[in-house]
Design a protein around this ligand. Structure first.
Ligand code: NFS
Ligand code: SF4
Length: 651
């Protein structure tokens, strides 16, 4: 398995891990192309300690009030304590992160409804899931057409966004014990949008000033994301665009083509990427590409737009979050098409250095210097054709193939929770039984979810893969989503051959089934697949009767976005132990941090932690997994594999 650790000799490339990216950036920076690497170095102002620890408040014009914990006079002009301020800031991160997934879910539901009504050029593809969802939402199916069912389902789902009372339907999929607990605590989300609005209200100046009460609503809001909007997005997208099944594809900058028109899709919502994928195969489009001397149109993804079409169509991913500017710096991209979230504004300047057109498509996300071509699901294909033809028109301006590194890695992706069911359970009787049995007999020690971003503050991607490597060596089956999945793909962890790097028990299971030890479950809204997988493990039996009891833990080694905080909070409120890397946004307040890192476990059975050393992070997850095994009475004494730097290099 080729694996190369890049020595960080060149100061301008500090912070880059992937060798292919380093090469591109070195060459581009000589031509004056500026990316986040230069911006990090140019930044005159260092990160603010008050901001980083969460104790800076600018919620009213008396402030900003910056405060230091434990200094009695260090409180806001209104009297707000560091704990109140840290909890308010944390809560607002949860609100913002959740709202991103909620708007995504809403857009999906609107496209779903339009499709059902025949007003959008997509199809109801997964009828089995349509029927499953119909049953869940109490939509009658007997004797009705799939469109009819989908219309009623779509309307019911959309109504949940504005719902004021009751409970979101998806929460009823959680283990019974978890639902009871949520009811008892009072955090069952009542409506999707309501919980964000209430959280924003409560964190307004002079409203909720009890940090525990603020975090209580932050949990309810986060649950409205994970067991609400994100799950809605995942399931409806599966019905529209198919539920993923394992497929082979490629990851890294080498996914760009030297002799095709390269169009990069970046952002989060799958509608535009799906439309682009459809039109890029049309004979007229291919003919137009040939007319300008190209062999056709090559689509490649970045971030979660990429993950969506990688999972369902096997379209390769050119780069993760930190690679988005690098992708353009290859000088070989005719158009980058972006919608919402995680899109760096710096892309506009990088695009200007080349013949690349940066195209924004969402009315909610415009960038100065980009071309705005608004997406409308009713005219999805028309718009996709327009965008594709523009890109084709630029192909001749591509100077030469500047620097597409010859680097890409084979990956197997497409692990929905349904796939895991079939794959491990066999073709005849799909079930989670074999997975549970392998956990009980100790071949698989437990399940580790490694999710989230890759970070400019780190050697991008390295902490992610270091944690993954150590987990699988300790027989922990790893589930990945988002940009972590791309980090893992680049380093070869998403291929069945990676089983060689797993501990003997996990390796045996992987080799029997022919699966990688690291399963790519999709984009970040698809973290909802992990919630369902955990629920299925509980339902299968033998590993406790709630998510908090199963030998599992989660982490986000290189988290950067507010969405990551929302995701972490819904996992904690669902009973999971969650470790975040490098920094945590409440560390300026001991009270709030203590609450989130310790006391909250008594309420939900899950808690937060922060750890910047990847090996210690992996070990803390393994420790948590072992504790759960002990409590279940299935723990045998087992050696733990500890990685030091020398071992890593040797590998
Ligand atoms: Ni998730 Fe996906 Fe990537 Fe982080 Fe951004 S793209 S939604 S937030 S950076 S994993
Ligand atoms: Fe300062 Fe209170 Fe205003 Fe915040 S709300 S800025 S702590 S006075």
């Amino acid at each position: 398995m080729p694996r190369k650790i890049v020595p960080f000799t060149k100061p301008e490339c500090q912070g880059i891990f992937c060798e292919a990216s380093t090469c591109v950036l070195e060459a581009a920076s000589k031509e004056g192309v500026k990316t986040y690497v230069q911006r990090m170095q140019d930044r005159a102002i260092q990160p603010c300690l008050f901001g980083e620890g969460g104790t800076c408040c600018r919620n009213c014009s008396f402030g900003p009030c910056m405060m230091i914990d434990d200094v009695p006079e260090s409180i806001g002009i209104c009297g707000a304590t560091p704990a109140t301020v840290a909890a308010r800031n944390f809560a607002r991160m949860v609100a913002s992160g959740s709202s991103a997934h909620m708007d995504h879910g809403r857009e999906t539901a609107l496209t779903f409804l339009a499709t059902a009504k025949g007003e959008a050029p997509f199809e109801i593809k997964d009828e089995k899931k349509l029927h499953f969802m119909a049953e869940l939402y109490k939509v009658k199916t007997d004797g009705r057409s799939k469109e009819d069912i989908a219309i009623e389902l779509g309307e019911k789902v959309l109504a949940e966004f504005g719902q004021q009372e009751g409970a979101l339907v998806m929460t009823t999929r959680a283990p019974a014990k978890r639902q009871e607990l949520w009811k008892k605590v009072g955090v069952i989300p009542r409506g999707v949008d309501r919980e964000v609005v209430e959280l924003m209200h409560r964190s307004h100046m002079g409203t909720d000033q009890d940090y525990k009460n603020l975090i209580f609503q932050a949990s309810r809001c986060a649950l409205a994301d994970g067991w609400g909007a994100s799950m809605i997005a995942t399931e409806l997208q599966d019905i529209l665009f198919t539920t993923p099944v394992p497929l082979r594809t490629e990851v890294n900058l080498g996914a760009l083509s030297e002799d095709h028109v390269n169009i990069v899709i970046h952002g989060h919502e799958p509608q535009m990427p799906e439309a682009m994928a459809i039109v890029s195969q049309e004979p007229e489009i291919i003919a137009a590409a040939k007319e300008v001397g190209a062999k056709g149109v090559n689509l490649a993804g970045v971030c979660c737009s990429g993950n969506e079409v990688l999972m369902r169509r096997g379209i390769p991913i050119a780069g993760s979050f930190t690679q988005q500017e690098v992708v353009l710096a290859t000088g070989s991209v005719e158009a980058m098409v972006v919608d919402v979230q995680c899109v760096m504004q710096g892309l506009a300047d990088v695009a200007k250095c080349f013949h690349t057109e940066l195209i924004t498509t969402s009315p909610r996300a415009m960038i100065e210097g980009a071309t705005h071509i608004e997406f409308d699901h009713h005219r999805a294909l028309e718009i996709a054709r327009d965008v594709t033809l523009r890109a084709i028109g630029r192909y001749k301006q591509r100077q030469r193939v500047r620097r597409i590194p010859d680097r890409k890695m084979d990956v197997v992706a497409g692990f929905s929770h349904e796939t895991i069911n079939h794959m491990l359970g066999g073709a005849f009787r799909a079930s989670y039984r074999p997975l549970n049995d392998n956990i009980i007999n100790g071949r698989i020690r437990g399940v580790g979810a490694v999710v989230g971003c890759d970070s400019c503050r780190e050697e991008a991607g390295r902490p992610n893969t270091a944690v993954v490597e150590e987990l699988i060596a300790n027989n922990v089956l790893v589930l990945v989503t988002g940009c972590v999945a791309t980090s893992c793909g680049r380093e070869g962890f998403l291929s069945p051959e990676a089983a060689e790097r797993a501990g003997p028990g996990l390796r045996e299971v992987c080799e029997t089934v022919g699966m990688p030890p690291v399963l790519h479950m999709g984009s970040c809204v698809d973290n909802s697949r992990i919630l369902i997988a955990a629920t299925e493990i509980v339902r299968e039996g033998g590993l406790g009767d709630d998510i908090s009891q199963i030998p599992a833990a989660g982490c986000a080694p290189e988290w950067m976005s507010e969405k990551a905080i929302a995701i972490g909070q819904y996992f904690v409120a669902s009973g999971a132990f969650v470790v975040f890397g490098r920094t945590f946004p409440t560390t300026g307040s001991k009270a709030v941090t203590n609450f989130l890192f310790r006391e909250i476990e008594e309420i939900y059975g899950g808690k937060w932690a922060v750890e910047s050393d990847p090996s210690k992070m992996a070990q803390s997850m393994i420790e948590a997994i072992d504790k759960k095994r002990e409590a279940l009475g299935i723990q045998e004494k087992k050696e733990r594999v500890l990685f030091d730097m020398a071992m890593r290099r040797e590998l």
